[in-house]
Design a protein around this ligand. Structure first.
Ligand code: BF8
Length: 638
């Protein structure tokens, strides 16, 4: 038994690969994190300010050193400003992702891009209706242009009205609640407070402005702007990404794929697509099936081309195609260490720059493709939407040409892989329910299901990889709580074999019977991290169906192994939409009692959602279950 590697990952495939890494001195994220110890205590508490060059300043949390920065900013101000900048970066990453497909949709509608076409006309029409567009008598291209223009306008308009995506998709009570809260807080602080997003980009710029030295120093005012930017992500940028990608590439349908490093094939050209944006990877999947490329692969001694996903690009592709997923965030280096990857193709977000060096230990071509992302040491092949077919073909050919360079002595593909049922878009869940949320509502009323937990987020080498994800999920289904989720959590569950109909055996009796009736697993994969918007839309649909606020529903969120700024944005828009959220590790806010109070107590009073931090998965499940039971009772008037 390798205890050391068991503390690094819960995944047997990862443990095997880490052994190989140790033996051969291949450096991984775990090694680099170890070298960072001890990490900066000021940074961990959020009390370090680098927003001007009178600094960097830091506040002594024990009251023995400086209590204020050079400008006079207190720990409360500094922590709130840092939190806001975290949210701004996360919301920017998600929302900028959404902009690309929206621009592409417009270009297709105008006939300017012939590489792509609209796959899901029903989704387009539904989106148009939601956005208040008259559908009758219009062509598909006319509708696509209007939807794209509304989306792009939500990024760029200068009036103060709510963004159209929020207006069209958010449930009634949430809109009322946030509008009332704006008035109440404005009166209380004697200062105008806005919470409903006016423009997806503007709320992010607003944060960068107000966190500049000498602007907003009020913790509550700052946190509210953070919430506004996060709502602009959840009900804006991420929602645009999900909706438009569904229109372009098809709304996911339930199907089965395989997950974990065992999906790499010894006899095929292995191409790993990693990152977040599916525009190029959709093309790679499509082009890789061309007979002439398969023949070309055979001419180099391979039996074919094996495209597999990693992280959220992987999730996007797996949701819409029968494409296996090699792993989540902490698997990205391990995939290369298998020695069997001809090319790792990356776009944006969550991609370790360390992949460049590691690839040099193998024959793997590390190929960057986005104009926004540079990875020193990588090969850059610029992706352009209008040349998508050509770029995809060039990349695949490069991978094929690299096959003869594979060193058979270095190939170590672990056998681990599991079947996983995926593709649970909101539409598929509603379809499984027979067209209305009624069966789920009834199951909650009957007590067969206590409520629903949405789990999201990353891996973080500070937490044993997948340990919290898997154990919390099992604990929740055992307690008759249906679990839905996205991102690296979903991949963790897929690798652990939890995304199957058989997983109902691990569920409590009530949830098991619901799974049997509806023929669904007790754990539903809803997509990539931008697809957390699917969870919002689903929660909103149930709230509107019952005529209640989302905060009245027995729901709880969790990000048990989070690490990115995007995860903070997601957690914040869940909380702002009325869903309490559990987090582990602790976010860098503990240096301010006031910010902690706003996020854990004030938020509960005014939004219904709030944050809670817990390191132990059983205790986290206790907290979630208790709240869910209370909400359920209240909802039923018990
Ligand atoms: O957007 S879960 S590590 S891959 S941030 Fe990144 Fe976190 Fe994974 Fe996807 Ni989401």
């Amino acid at each position: 038994m390798d205890v050391f590697n068991e503390t690094r990952s819960f995944d047997p495939a990862a443990q095997k690969m880490l052994k190989i890494a140790d033996k051969n001195n291949y450096e991984t994220v775990w090694d680099r994190l170890e070298k960072q110890q001890p990490q900066c205590g000021f940074g961990l508490l959020g009390v370090c300010c680098r927003n001007c060059v009178m600094g960097p300043c830091r506040i002594d949390p024990f009251g023995e050193g400086p209590e204020k920065g050079a400008c006079g900013a207190t720990a409360d101000t500094i922590v709130a400003r840092n939190l806001c900048r975290f949210i701004a970066a996360g919301a920017a990453a998600h929302s900028d992702h959404g902009r690309r497909p929206a621009i592409l949709l417009k270009e297709i509608a105008e006939g300017k891009n012939k590489n792509y076409f609209i796959k899901d006309e029903i989704k387009l029409k539904n989106a148009a209706k939601r956005l208040g567009i008259e559908v009758e008598g219009k062509s598909i291209n006319e509708l696509a242009k209007e939807v794209a223009e509304i989306a792009l306008n939500d990024y760029g308009k200068q009036d103060s009205n709510p963004i159209k995506f929020f207006q069209g998709y958010a449930p009634k009570k949430l809109k009322e609640k946030l509008s009332n809260l704006e008035n109440v807080l404005s009166e209380k602080l004697n200062k105008r407070i806005g919470i409903i997003p006016r423009n997806i980009d503007r709320e992010i710029v607003d944060i960068m402005h107000r966190t500049h030295i000498g602007v907003d120093n009020g913790p509550l005012s700052l946190v509210m702007q953070g919430i506004r930017a996060a709502l602009g992500d959840g009900w804006g940028g991420s929602l645009v990404a999900t909706e438009v990608q569904d229109i372009l590439f098809g709304t996911p349908k339930v199907h089965s794929v395989q997950a974990n490093l065992g999906v790499l094939k010894e006899n095929k050209i292995n191409i790993v697509i990693h990152g977040h944006e599916p525009v190029l990877s959709e093309k790679i999947v499509e082009v890789s099936q061309r007979p002439e490329l398969i023949e070309y692969a055979k001419s180099k001694g391979a039996e074919g081309i094996n495209i597999v996903g990693m992280c959220c690009t992987g999730n996007e592709i797996l949701m819409r195609h029968n494409v296996a997923i090699a792993g989540n965030e902490l698997h990205q280096e391990l995939a290369i260490i298998t020695g069997a990857v001809e090319a790792m193709i990356v776009d944006v977000q969550c991609i370790f720059p360390a992949l460049a060096n590691l690839s040099n230990c193998f024959h793997t071509k590390f190929i960057a493709t986005s104009d926004q992302a540079a990875f020193p040491g990588s090969i850059h092949i610029q992706f352009e939407e209008e040349k998508a077919d050509e770029v995809a073909e060039n990349i695949i050919k490069l991978a094929i040409d690299n096959f003869p360079n594979r060193d058979k002595n270095k190939v170590n593909i672990p056998e681990e892989k599991k079947e996983a049922l995926v593709g649970f878009s909101t539409e598929q869940i509603v379809e499984a329910l027979g067209g209305t949320p009624e069966p789920i509502v009834n199951a909650i009323k009957d007590g067969k299901i206590k409520g629903i937990a949405g789990i999201v987020g990353c891996n973080n080498p500070k937490v044993t990889q997948d340990y919290f994800h898997i154990n919390l999920t099992k604990e929740l289904i055992k307690r008759d709580i249906l679990v839905i989720g996205t991102g690296c959590w979903a991949i963790a569950c897929a690798k652990a074999g939890l995304l199957t109909l058989d997983a109902k055996e691990l569920a409590g009796g009530g949830l098991r019977s619901v799974c049997e009736t509806l023929k669904i697993p007790p754990i539903l994969h809803m997509g990539s991290c931008v697809d957390c918007s699917r969870m919002l839309v689903l929660a909103g649909a149930v709230a509107d169906y019952l005529g209640v606020d989302i905060s009245d529903l027995p729901l709880f969120g969790s990000a048990p192994e989070w690490m990115t700024e995007k995860a903070v944005s997601i957690g914040t828009y869940f909380v702002a939409s009325g869903i309490p959220v559990h987090l582990w590790p602790i976010p860098p806010i503990m240096g301010s009692q006031e910010v902690v109070k706003i996020l854990t107590e004030t938020a509960k009073d005014v939004l219904g959602g709030y944050f809670v931090v817990e390191q132990d998965y059983k205790k986290a499940a206790d907290i979630m279950e208790k709240e869910i039971i209370e909400k359920r009772k209240k909802l039923l008037g018990e």
